[in-house]
Design a binder for this molecule. Structure first.
Ligand code: NAD
Length: 303
């Protein structure tokens, strides 16, 4: 059966965008990729992805444009200076980066004013989910637009959730990551205490897995090196999801809470810990490496 969408442009092929591009190519889409760091395109070529030399080159003939960029700053730049100028008006635009609500809605408005359909569709599942094609997509925007791209998202998704109007995908992602960021600190402290009182890490894991301590920070991102295969901790805390990106997400949540007069407590403390770890020069490590902050600066953090 002929696919409705055949050509997908993907802009930003970093830790997430690269495996997403590979899964799209494996599913039979023609994928045109661009990243400002051109070397990041090279590993994609063997999967049949077309490595493009500019934003404009990637956007040519694309029926769907997918952006996977670090922050709202890059997303604004790419849409204002490249996508809106060069993408076909018939293309559906999807931003899967995690960005602030305000920028997401501004970009959406700009896209609609210029005759495009657009969705915000940030993801959860990390690099492992991106590689296995099991990401959860949290989608904000018109349901008709979502329907028109569902076949494409399915090549990368385990679950697609329509969260509501424009910006609500980002809202869902922000709240989810606020919970994960706090969760990781709680798991790190649980294991620290276990070590101190002589309880084995394996035993705490086995117990918490089947008890009320179970959560994604325990299982998918467990911070103990060597305890579980395939966690960032077991590969020298290579991200994964970097400490700096988690810090970014905590700040997005805190800013949104402030703007809406919602008092947060643990989010501020957790965010301060990620900030401190970043200031020690470890921002590019996986966020689960926050476990090691307690070794670096016991005076500040071990109280
Ligand atoms: P990354 O830094 O590895 O990748 C971003 C890529 O964008 C880089 O390769 C960079 O060179 C490229 N880029 C930057 N500016 C550009 C521009 N103007 N034009 C073209 N390319 C540009 O980040 P990542 O880990 O892939 O994350 C991407 C987004 O997904 C972030 O918003 C992040 O918060 C979110 N996210 C990440 C994870 C994760 O586990 N890494 C999970 C869920 C969501």
């Amino acid at each position: 059966m002929k696919k409705t969408i055949e050509t997908v442009a993907i802009i930003g092929t970093g830790n997430m965008g690269m495996p997403m591009a590979i899964n799209l190519a494996k599913a039979g889409f023609q994928v045109r990729a661009f990243d400002i760091v051109l070397e990041k395109l090279t590993p994609l070529i063997e999967y049949g992805v077309i490595a493009c030399c500019s934003h404009q080159d990637a956007l040519e003939s694309a029926e769907l444009v997918l952006t996977m960029l670090p922050t709202g700053t890059e997303v604004s730049d790419v849409y204002q200076n490249h996508v809106i100028a060069s993408a076909s008006r018939d293309a559906v635009l999807i931003d899967s980066s995690t960005i602030d609500l305000k920028t997401a809605v501004e970009i959406h408005t700009l896209a609609i004013e210029n005759g495009y359909r657009m969705l915000d569709a940030p993801v959860s599942g990390g690099t492992a989910g991106a590689q296995s094609g099991n990401l959860t997509f949290m989608v904000g925007g018109e349901s008709e637009s979502l329907q028109s791209v569902t076949q494409v998202l399915q090549a990368m998704a385990g679950k697609i959730v329509h969260c509501g109007k424009s910006g609500m995908g980002q809202a869902a992602k922000m709240c989810n990551n606020l919970m994960l960021g706090i969760q990781m600190v709680s798991v790190a402290e649980g294991f620290r205490l276990a070590q101190a009182v002589g309880l084995s890490e394996q035993t705490l894991y086995d117990v918490a897995l089947n008890s009320s301590g179970n959560c994604a920070a325990l299982t998918a991102f467990n911070p103990i090196a060597g305890l579980l295969p395939d966690t960032p901790a077991s590969r020298d805390f290579q991200p994964g999801f970097s400490n700096d990106l988690m810090l970014k997400d905590m700040k997005l949540a805190i800013a949104a809470a402030k703007a809406n007069s919602v008092p947060l407590d643990l989010a501020h403390r957790a965010s301060a810990l990620y900030q401190q770890f970043s200031e020690h020069g470890h921002g590019s490590m996986d966020f689960s490496a926050i476990f090691n902050l307690y070794d670096i600066d016991k005076d500040d953090c071990g109280k």
